[in-house]
Ligand binder design. Structure first.
Ligand SMILES: Nc1nc2c([nH]c(=O)n2[C@@H]2O[C@H](COP(=O)(O)OP(=O)(O)OP(=O)(O)O)[C@@H](O)[C@H]2O)c(=O)[nH]1
Length: 132
């Protein structure tokens, strides 16, 4: 049996004044309707940090500072296997515009489990709580 091709994806856990930004995938995207951290597939030759700066401009028209790596999670969906790498980021500027999402929310960690997160993101909650 051949090993699955695991696609690296970078996700930004963006904090502003103690709240974090989550986004709901729009109907035209895979995994539509799930909440996630903004980001996307890391291109060949690209660092996760550069990927996040690019994706956040493309998807939400905002600028962030990427502070440090948090944790990663491997998940096998039906069509794709990913390693989701989460980075702690700080919001810098920009008014949010929605290109790939249909909704965003600034939430506190205590509200996390009220949202239907993509399965790959669910292991992040206990970790985020443990470091706050
Ligand atoms: N950005 C992002 N993707 C996630 C998260 N959790 C998660 O399972 N994914 C999955 O990771 C994969 C890649 O995400 P993406 O579709 O945003 O990447 P992209 O914009 O670069 O790719 P595309 O141009 O093919 O749409 C999707 O299958 C998505 O559902 C998350 O928190 N953030």
């Amino acid at each position: 049996m051949s090993k699955p091709n695991i696609i690296p994806v970078a996700a930004a856990v963006i904090f502003k004044e103690g709240q974090l930004l989550i986004a709901r995938r729009a109907a035209h995207k895979s995994q539509a309707g799930f909440w996630e951290f903004p980001g996307g597939k890391i291109e060949v030759g690209e660092t996760p940090e550069a990927c996040l700066l690019r994706e956040l401009k493309e998807e939400l028209a905002i600028e962030v500072k990427v502070n440090h790596f948090l944790m990663e999670s491997i998940h096998h969906y039906d069509q794709i296997s990913i390693v989701l790498k989460a980075y702690h980021c700080s919001y810098l500027n920009g008014d949010i515009q929605l290109h790939d999402h249909d909704l965003v929310e600034w939430i506190s960690l205590s509200e996390f489990d009220q949202f239907n997160f993509a399965p790959a993101d669910r292991p992040f909650l206990p970790y985020l709580i443990s470091i706050q």
